[in-house]
Design a protein around this ligand. Sequence first.
Ligand code: GUN
Length: 282
Amino acid sequence: MEPKIIDGKAISAAVKEEVRAEVDRLKTAGREVTLAVVLVGDDPASAVYVRNKKKACEAVGIRSLSYEMPADTTQEKLLTCIAELNGRDDVDGILVQLPLPAGIDEQAVIRAIAPEKDVDGFHPVNVGLLAIGMPRVVSCTPAGVIEMLVRSGISIEGREALIIGRSNIVGKPLAHLMLQHNATVTVAHSRTADLPAVAKRADILVAAIGRPRMIGPEYVKEGAVVIDVGINRDTATGKLCGDVDYDAVAPHVSAITPVPGGVGPMTIAMLMKNCVELSKMR
Ligand code: GUN
């Protein structure tokens, strides 16, 4: 059977359209939604991500402020910048693009962002609120995964969900969100014994590993839903590819996300949505 291809581009466009309407409504009420984007150093991938985030802001009518700092910026200087943004009444959200250059303590920087301006949902207060089932702002990629499942009419409740990858940005928050949607949740990682056997149990399999095309049919139950969070550069062809071997896996699944055009666009749409939510909460 042909699988349903979950169209992240179309779903993210719908989310952004809703955000745009809300931004307009707030503007009419005299409130300009504003995101401060901080980029330290010259990591080329980070520069691309930041550029795309600023473009998305423009598309939905969110004002973006750009802070670009050299790679040798001290932690103190960065913390001063964040403190200033925390104090500004016209700034709703603060995003510090990760990774930060060596020598800067990432956790210290995340903790310096006021939780009520933490658009990424990385602050321990926001992580804790999610963990106790009272989410406020949630990390954008996992929020995007849930949004695309829900909008595709894929039920989560009562199903076996396997998340491969335990990062603070994706795997762990997604596990909490899946729990909140009443899935039975397993988190697998590099030390999981017999991953193919564990993965074969999953009704919903999420790959957030960072290894090109690692997940082949031997990991996938017939008729499962497969969500590919990976964005990798294929070393042979130079093209983008996911953590899932799409061509080999697709014939066995009921639904699957492509790369590109799957989870990627959802992440930015959810970032825009988080900005508006923060603005409304303040
Ligand atoms: N680096 C990789 N993903 C992210 C993200 O979602 N937010 C930020 N700030 N940096 C990242």
